[in-house]
Structures are given as structure tokens and as C-alpha cells.
Design a protein around this ligand. Structure first.
Ligand SMILES: Cc1cc2nc3c(=O)[nH]c(=O)nc-3n(C[C@H](O)[C@H](O)[C@H](O)COP(=O)(O)OP(=O)(O)OC[C@H]3O[C@@H](n4cnc5c(N)ncnc54)[C@H](O)[C@@H]3O)c2cc1C
Length: 493
């Protein structure tokens, strides 16, 4: 990047809120995905005016610009594929208003999810979408990915809470969408367009969120099954009762073994477990807990452990959240990576889907841990690959393709909450074949110079095993090897 451009950025921000240091550029090249690429400069604006000035400059010189929150996205969302300017929004972290009497709050994009809920909780309210990354992820990142989590079945996704946005468009103009009222039929719902746009249409600089009432009580049952299929069936048996749980988390045996091995938490060592949460008025919670227990037994659960104890519920939730890091310690040679990690299927298709994923894993000689927010049909698969082996990555990619083909065949989507970016691009293009062209036209209309987070979603072409953060395809790569099924079997014992 030319010195003159850096000088202009310095005029907007001052020296202390921008960096071209090698170490900074290196770390800002990562998010939680398998990809990595280094930007030219990192900037940390403190208000919408500064963001607007940065974007105007990028637009004038046609330089890529990548908005970034906490960098917890899992598909390469913040990886600067074509270099350019990373706009780190974490310094814009003020909660500007909490209007409980009007059921809304106004926040800057860098506010962290858990911190917002700590403030709302004091008033008896919350923003209930509950992403697994809530300790770190920002509200701006959640809006841009339409994030949700374990409680989406009852409480919905981020899009259901966005009442209005302030957005810096790719020209640098500042636009306001939506309202501060709970209802609004006033023209195109542009905030809905921005939700899930993954930093490709503009930079969100302020968010008005609807508030939800915090439930007074909650309880959980831990149900264990000898069959993954039965566990999947139990989920739809609960929903069709009808009964609205606040969450049902599923873990297969690979995930159970990995978490037990890594954290020694003593989860039942069975084919699958479900953590089923109900919440609401204390009397309703008691009633629903009994019904859940009964359905679990009828669906083939070999054990159930109900609890109202918040510490116990938190402990199980913590064990569930440990899956991702724990999977990387499943076997010596493997790392757990976000491949095919976030599909959603109609709830009744969960049993068929989870069994199909296991068969695909076996057929391709890879290890897959399946878990997820099964109450709303959202499943996560984490693949264990040998990071130095090209062969392992290639077999992983083949398995991913087969998994997503199955998901589409079952009437599902390739991403329920994490989004598309690079790692899901080819599969989203398959799923959305007849709407890609409309997406392209919208992008072109708003960002004709293609400066906002370019190269992702419908623009990505080719294999997803590209710009890897792992050295499999560099000089340090290991010779191709067959994934060690012996080791998998040893780990499964
Ligand atoms: C351990 C772990 C668990 C996770 N669990 C969940 C889960 O349960 N549910 C879920 O939905 N996701 C989950 N994720 C994925 C991720 O945390 C979410 O997508 C989250 O919303 C990203 O927020 P972030 O602040 O880290 O955004 P980033 O990763 O920084 O950015 C994500 C995308 O948003 C864009 N962006 C960021 N801020 C802005 C802005 N202000 N304006 C415009 N665009 C912007 C970026 O350009 C990028 O495309 C998980 C990730 C991890 C690592």
C-alpha cells in the first residue's frame, strides 16, 4: 500500500489507531476458519464519521475493505483475500441506550454479546440468541452473519431482534434503516438485507435491538441413548408433542469421548446424549420437565438426569461448549477444523442426517464429530484432519461435498448460523442456484467497485481448501497418508 494512502489514513485516525506492523498484520489475517491471508493495514475507528472517511478513501483508490468484530467467524469471513484495509470495530463498544419501557436498546457494533446481556439482565431482560461464542463475539459480527445459537428454536436468530441499523455504505454515505418501534412496514426492509450480508454491502456502525423478557426459571435433562438415530428421533418427538423447549443440544459418541477425555467431565459414554432445556414460569417448567422425561424414555433413552440446579445446568452447558477445543485432542495427529460445520435440516430429518454423516465419514476415511442445536435442526460437524497431509484435506473436502449434497437433498441449508464466506461458498452456490444472480445485482448496485470484503460468497470459485492456515500444501507438507482408522478406533475405546 502506498505511503500516501497510509498518510491519509493517519490523518483520519491518528497513528495510534492504525498499524502496519508485521505481527499485527499476521494475526489480523486469521479468524476461526481454516484460512489465512495478510492485510495491508489495520485501522480501529471510534465512530461512524471515521468509518465513513475510511470507506470514502478505500472507494476512491479501489482498495478492499474488510469489517471485523472479534474475528470468531468460522468460514474465512474476515480473512482479507485480496489484502487491503481491515476495519477493526471493537473500539466502537458503547451501549448507547437501554429503553426497557420501549423494549429496545441501541448499541455500537463492537459491544460483546455477553457484556450486553450482563447489562440487560439487571433489568430482567436479555438478547436471547445465545451463540456459543457469546463471551467474545460482537453484536456487529452477529448482525453481519445473522448469528444465533442453542435457543433459536424458542427465541429466534439475530435478524428477529434487529429493529434498525446505521450503516456506512460502500460509497461512505451514512444510511439509517428501520425504526425504534416494534412494528414497521415503512418501505423496503433494508435492515433485513444487511443482516447476513457478511461485510459485503457496508459497515454497520449502530444497531437498535428489540429486548426479550428473561425467563424466571429453567431446568435441564441429560438423556443418554444407545443409538444416535433414536436421539435424533427424540428431538422431533418432543417438538411434535407439542412442547417448546428452549434448547436441545445433541452430542454424538465422538464428541462425548473427546470432551470426557479432555475435561474429565463424566458425560454418559453412550452413542449420543441430548441436553434438553425448558424455561419460563416455574410451574410451567416443572410440568414440561416431566413431559420431557416421559418422551425421552418412550424414545429409547437409557438414562435421564433432570436438574433445576443452575450450577449443574451451567456445568453441562460448559461441557457442551468444550466440544470444539476437545476434538483437537481426540487423537494425537488430528486437529478439529470447521468443515461442513453448520448445516440445518428440517427437524424430522435429523435422524436420517446424522446417520448419513457417519456413513460418509466412514466411506471417506475421515473422523467427524456431530453435535448441534438439534431443536431447530441445526447440526454441527467438525472434521478431524491431519493438518500436514494433503490427502487428509482432500478426503475431508470430498466428505464435505457429500454431506452438503445430502443436506440439500433433505430440504436443508448448508448454513444455519455461521454463514458462507469462503468455506461454504460452492455449496451455497448450489443451494441458491436461482437467486445468486439477484444477489450479484444487489452487490453491484450498492458496491460497483467491489471494495467490500471481495471474493467471498457468490464470488468464490474453486476448491475451499485454499489459503490454508495449515502447511499441508507448502514445503512443510507431509507425504500423503491414509487417515489412521486404527488411531480413530483406539480413541473410540
Ligand atoms: C467457539 C465458537 C462458537 C461459535 N458458536 C456460534 C453459534 O453458536 N452461533 C453462531 O451463529 N455462530 C457461532 N460462531 C461463529 C461466530 O462466533 C459468529 O458468526 C459471530 O457472530 C461472529 O462475530 P464476530 O464479532 O466475531 O464477527 P467477525 O468474525 O469479526 O466477523 C464476521 C463477519 O461479519 C462482518 N462484520 C463484523 N462486524 C461488522 C460490522 N460492524 N459491519 C459489517 N460487517 C461486519 C465481517 O466482515 C465478517 O464477514 C462460533 C464461533 C466460535 C469460534
Amino acid at each position: 500500500m502506498k505511503r500516501a494512502v497510509l498518510d491519509e489514513l493517519e490523518k483520519i485516525l491518528g497513528q495510534e489507531r492504525m498499524s502496519t506492523k508485521t505481527a499485527d498484520l499476521y494475526v489480523y489475517g486469521f479468524d476461526a476458519s481454516i484460512h489465512h491471508k495478510t492485510p495491508h493495514v489495520v485501522v480501529r475507528p471510534k465512530d461512524a464519521h471515521e468509518v465513513s472517511e475510511i470507506v470514502k478513501l478505500a472507494n476512491r483508490i479501489r482498495t478492499p475493505i474488510i469489517p471485523r468484530g472479534a474475528g470468531t467467524a468460522m468460514c474465512g469471513h474476515t480473512v482479507p483475500l485480496k489484502g487491503g484495509i481491515i476495519v477493526d470495530l471493537t473500539q466502537m463498544n458503547k451501549i448507547k441506550e437501554v429503553r426497557i419501557e420501549d423494549l429496545y436498546c441501541v448499541v455500537e457494533p463492537g459491544v460483546v454479546y455477553d457484556k450486553l446481556n450482563a447489562v440487560l439482565g439487571k433489568h430482567g431482560f436479555w438478547f436471547p440468541t445465545s451463540p456459543g461464542s457469546g463471551e467474545a463475539c460482537t453484536i456487529g459480527g452477529m448482525v453481519a452473519t445473522n448469528a444465533s445459537g442453542m435457543r433459536a428454536i424458542k427465541y429466534g436468530a439475530t435478524r428477529d431482534y434487529v429493529l434498525g441499523l446505521e450503516v456506512v455504505l460502500p460509497t461512505g454515505e451514512i444510511m439509517h434503516t428501520g425504526t425504534r418501534t416494534l412494528k414497521n412496514s415503512s418501505g423496503y426492509q433494508l435492515d433485513r438485507l444487511m443482516v447476513g450480508s457478511e461485510g459485503t454491502l457496508g459497515i454497520v456502525t449502530e444497531i437498535t435491538l428489540k429486548l426479550a423478557f428473561k425467563p424466571k426459571a429453567s431446568a435441564m435433562t441429560l438423556a443418554a441413548f444407545d443409538s444416535l438415530y433414536d436421539a435424533g428421533k427424540c428431538v422431533s418427538n418432543i417438538i411434535k408433542r407439542p412442547l417448546m423447549p428452549s434448547a436441545i443440544e445433541l452430542m454424538d459418541s465422538v464428541c462425548i469421548k473427546a470432551v470426557n477425555k479432555c475435561m474429565n467431565v463424566g458425560l454418559p459414554d453412550k452413542a449420543a446424549i441430548l441436553m434438553i432445556e425448558v424455561d419460563g414460569h416455574p410451574a410451567a417448567v416443572e410440568d414440561e420437565l416431566k413431559i420431557v422425561e416421559e418422551i425421552c424414555r418412550q424414545s429409547g433413552a437409557v438414562s435421564t438426569e433432570p436438574t433445576r440446579d443452575k450450577k449443574r445446568i451451567d456445568f453441562w452447558t460448559y461441557s457442551r461448549k468444550a466440544i470444539m477445543p476437545a476434538l483437537s485432542r481426540y487423537g494425537e495427529k488430528f486437529v478439529s477444523v470447521a468443515l461442513a460445520d453448520d448445516m440445518s435440516v428440517p427437524i424430522s430429518k435429523i435422524p436420517e442426517a446424522v446417520v448419513a454423516f457417519q456413513k460418509i465419514a466412514e466411506r471417506n476415511g475421515v473422523v467427524i464429530g456431530t453435535y448441534g442445536h438439534s431443536a431447530d435442526g441445526n447440526l454441527h460437524t467438525k472434521m478431524l484432519v491431519e493438518p500436514f497431509s494433503q490427502d487428509s484435506w482432500r478426503r475431508g473436502e470430498k466428505a464435505v461435498t457429500e454431506i452438503f449434497d445430502k443436506v440439500i437433498e433433505l430440504g436443508g441449508t448448508v448454513t444455519g448460523e455461521h454463514g458462507v464466506s469462503i468455506t461454504k461458498a460452492p455449496y451455497m452456490q448450489k443451494e441458491r442456484a436461482d437467486s445468486i444472480e439477484t444477489m450479484r445485482r444487489i452487490k453491484k448496485a450498492l458496491d460497483p467497485k467491489n471494495i467490500m470484503n471481495p471474493g467471498k460468497m457468490f464470488e468464490w470459485q474453486g476448491s475451499i481448501i485454499a489459503h490454508l492456515r495449515y502447511p499441508a500444501f507448502s514445503e512443510r507438507a507431509a507425504p500423503a497418508s491414509v487417515v489412521d482408522q486404527e488411531e480413530h478406533r483406539a480413541c473410540s475405546k
